[in-house]
Ligand binder design. Structure first.
Ligand SMILES: *Cc1c(COP(=O)(O)O)cnc(C)c1O
Length: 399
């Protein structure tokens, strides 16, 4: 009965050190975003009601002014996720025509989301140019015909091509697009608004830079580096955004009020300038390695087992592949602990704790754990150790 009455969707403590963990729900929301979502869910709101005139309003208006202000775009609209945003843009603006894309960018993002498949579904025809590792501006120019609707750039979110490579900057692509009378579309994926280099990471392209470089439309997710709820955002030229809004698909892909409320509160952090302290994703990225070291040492001391070892945290969520942040891991090693069994026991709790198994150790990275949950992680590890998770080869059996 307990199992039947329990939700299968459970809150989990993420001790993997992967900040945007797609399997664990990507970005956690800020306290203000949670409050806003709760208020929108609990009662009525002016979702589509103009409080000034007492007449019908637009649900898009709540987010658009903030997005325009933060990105420098003329207009913006929001849908369910970035996959939906790309599908809408291709369907509304490119169906029946050609979209030119670098061969190295006709990629799979994950979860079966493949650019060529989305393109086919939208009714646009994919024209691949260049090679897997090198594409030049002249490749786009030579592929442009009467039938060309757009050049699409897709950010290599979850992989890197290194070595003998060449790709075209948004600025150059946008200039060529203007000359040839086609659209420059930039699918940024994670869509950072802040500069990642200030935290010792590589530069993740920022939305406002792409707009400033002349992209007609920039597409990005709400729950990657923006640090908000699942959403897809399209920012860019007013006339194009209006066409997206009028397309029948936009009704099918529209955001619900709870998400609008949470996204609104998330964007306000950027306006106020408190994103790095309030938005969990940025707070985790910004946490100094020494803070995590201190918490890891306290955890080991409180458990009376395990050891602290240097390690790396990942940003994850299809952003900054190959990039990592220095951290301190709590490691529980064989033979004292069977890492697979200990990991399973931690996952089996009513509030599961998810760590990583690396070689002969279960490792926990507190970078992705809310400091308020450190004590619970300690209690979970103690429970697991007391229940006995020694490696089977070393367990004494029999008399
Ligand atoms: C993640 C990603 C998407 C899909 O975004 P969702 O919000 O998960 O639908 C699309 N394009 C790129 C480049 C991405 O990184």
């Amino acid at each position: 009965m307990r199992r039947a009455l329990r939700s299968s969707l459970l809150p989990v403590i993420n001790a993997t050190g992967v900040i945007l963990h797609t399997n664990l729900g990507r970005a956690p929301l800020s306290p203000a975003a949670v409050r806003a979502a709760e208020e929108a869910a609990r009662g009525y709101s002016n979702l589509e009601f103009d409080l000034g005139t007492g007449e019908r309003g637009s649900r898009f208006a709540h987010l658009e002014a903030l997005l325009v202000r933060l990105t420098g775009a003329e207009a913006a609209m929001t849908v369910n996720n970035n996959a939906a945003a790309l599908f809408l843009v291709l369907s509304a603006l490119c169906a029946g025509r050609e979209v030119v894309i670098s061969r190295g960018q006709a990629v799979e993002i994950g979860g079966g989301f493949r650019i060529p498949d989305v393109m086919r579904q939208s009714g646009a025809t994919l024209v691949e140019v260049g090679t897997t590792n090198r594409t030049y501006l002249r490749d786009y120019a030579e592929a442009t015909t009467e039938a060309t609707a757009a050049y699409l750039r897709v950010h290599a979110s979850n992989f890197r091509v290194v070595g003998f490579t060449a790709s075209v900057e948004v600025r150059d692509l946008a200039r060529l697009a203007r000359e040839r009378g086609v659209l420059a579309l930039d699918d940024l994926g994670s869509g950072a608004l802040l500069d990642t280099t200030q935290f010792g990471l590589a530069a993740e392209p920022r939305v406002q830079d792409s707009i400033a470089a002349g992209a007609d439309l920039v597409l990005f997710s709400g729950d990657k580096l923006l640090g908000g709820p699942q959403a897809g955002i399209v920012a860019g030229r007013r006339e194009l955004v209006d066409r997206l809004r009028r397309h029948p698909l936009s009704r099918a892909l529209r955001l619900d009020k709870v998400t609008i409320a949470a996204l609104n509160a998330t964007l306000l952090h950027y306006v106020r300038g408190d994103a790095t302290s309030e938005i969990p994703v940025w707070r985790m990225i910004a946490t100094p390695a020494t803070d995590i070291e201190r918490r890891a040492e306290a955890l080991v001391a409180s458990v009376g087992a395990g050891e602290v070892v240097p390690g790396r945290s990942m940003v994850g969520g299809g952003s900054l592949p190959e990039e990592s942040l220095p951290t301190t891991l709590v490691a529980l090693r064989a033979p004292a602990v069977d890492p697979m069994r200990a990991a399973a026991a931690l996952r089996g709790r009513s509030r599961p704790v998810v760590g990583r198994v690396e070689r002969d150790a279960l490792v926990l990275d507190l970078r992705t754990v809310d400091p308020a949950d450190d004590a619970e992680v300690g209690a979970a590890v103690r429970e697991v150790l007391e229940a006995g998770t020694e490696a089977p080869s070393t367990r004494i059996t029999g008399g």
